[in-house]
Write a protein that binds this ligand. Structure first.
Ligand SMILES: *Cc1c(COP(=O)(O)O)cnc(C)c1O
Length: 336
């Protein structure tokens, strides 16, 4: 088995998760009678202290349902330049909703500068798109947004009459890193999307949560986007198992990421960004990069190349402390 550090999406279901899936009670979720899906949606909504939730096949569809529910054609949303919803989701809001993004560079800590954002909110004038929504991401590129910032973002949204959506694909990593209930992080937001298929270890799925009315509208979009599934209780059971058993253990992933970062930082020809959760970003000297990548490949250590020369290494359910030692030894050899 390779040591797969490309992403926390590569996790395989544990035997216990498979058992929970195999014994799931199912119905037809498009008819609204799959008891396991209903249980997952209630569980996620209660975890994030929102009225309702909806189970969707992917984080991309979850964010898209949120955009389509918050915004109308000709509206725009404020979003980070390297936020997943803007950068990695095919421009779905524009394609399906006629919703224009207004991107802005993130600050070093992952926040969006609220003064700069204020200058981007369009006046009420028919020349402009209608600014309707602010989208944040937490964690974002492994960084946890400060709690005080979230409160300020809410205030900003209220002052400008905007809705506030959180791409909380990894909100539980943020919660574990801060030692705070996820509901506290979710509180300022009108809607939150949470991924079950990242470090939580489920094979498929996200949950979008918000007010009962919001989720009712999102359900129409989910159907239109092809996300109405049938005996999806099989998949929801994996999500329930993940939320009930795999949240506290995210701390291990964070610890392993720290171990990895410390070990890499001690090597030559590599600079490591500070680590807050389960993601390590490292810059490798150009001259050493080809030999290193070649060596890692031969040692069956998988990493993802991202922006420019940075390498991304992500810890998850399938990575142990021993794997980290193995990976560190391979990096040391590859950089020597
Ligand atoms: C993975 C991810 C998504 C989308 O999830 P998919 O299930 O891959 O569509 C959205 N936002 C962030 C921040 C993510 O990391």
């Amino acid at each position: 088995m390779p040591i797969d550090l490309r992403s926390d999406t590569v996790t395989r279901p544990t035997p216990e998760m498979l058992a929970a899936m195999a014994s799931a009670e199912v119905g037809d979720d498009v008819f609204g009678d799959d008891p396991t899906v209903i249980r997952l949606e209630k569980l996620a909504a209660s975890l994030l202290d929102k009225e309702a939730g909806i189970f969707v096949p992917s984080g991309t569809q979850s964010n898209l349902c949120a955009l389509l529910t918050h915004c109308q054609r000709g509206d725009e949303y404020l979003v980070g330049q390297s936020a997943h919803v803007y950068l990695f989701e095919g421009g779905g809001g524009a394609v399906f909703g006629g919703i224009q993004p207004q991107p802005i560079d993130q600050e070093e800590d992952g926040t969006l500068d609220l003064e700069k954002l204020a200058s981007l909110v369009k006046p009420d004038n028919f020349h402009y798109a209608r600014t309707r929504l602010l989208c944040l991401e937490n964690t974002t590129w492994g960084k946890v947004l400060p709690m005080e910032y979230l409160a300020k973002a809410r205030q900003f949204a209220d002052e400008h009459g905007l809705a506030l959506h959180l791409d909380g694909a990894r909100i539980l990593n943020a919660a574990i890193a801060l030692g705070k209930p996820a509901a506290d992080i979710a509180k300022p937001f009108d809607s939150v999307s949470l991924c079950l298929s990242k470090g939580l270890g489920a094979p498929v799925g996200s949950v979008l949560v918000g007010s009962a009315d919001f989720i009712k509208q999102a359900k129409r979009w989910r159907k239109m986007l092809g996300g109405g599934m049938r005996q999806s209780g099989l998949l929801a059971a994996a999500g329930i198992h993940a939320l009930e058993n795999h949240v506290e253990r995210l701390a291990e992933d964070h610890q392993n990421a720290s171990l990895l970062a410390e070990g890499l930082a001690a090597l030559e020809h590599i600079q490591v960004d500070p680590v807050q959760t389960n993601m390590v970003f490292a810059t490798i000297d150009d001259a050493k990069l080809p030999a290193l990548l070649d060596h890692l490949k031969r040692q069956k250590i998988l990493a993802a190349g991202y922006t420019g020369e940075k390498v991304r290494l992500v810890t998850h359910l399938g990575i142990t402390a021993v794997d980290i030692e193995t990976a560190l030894a391979a990096f040391a050899e590859g950089l020597a």
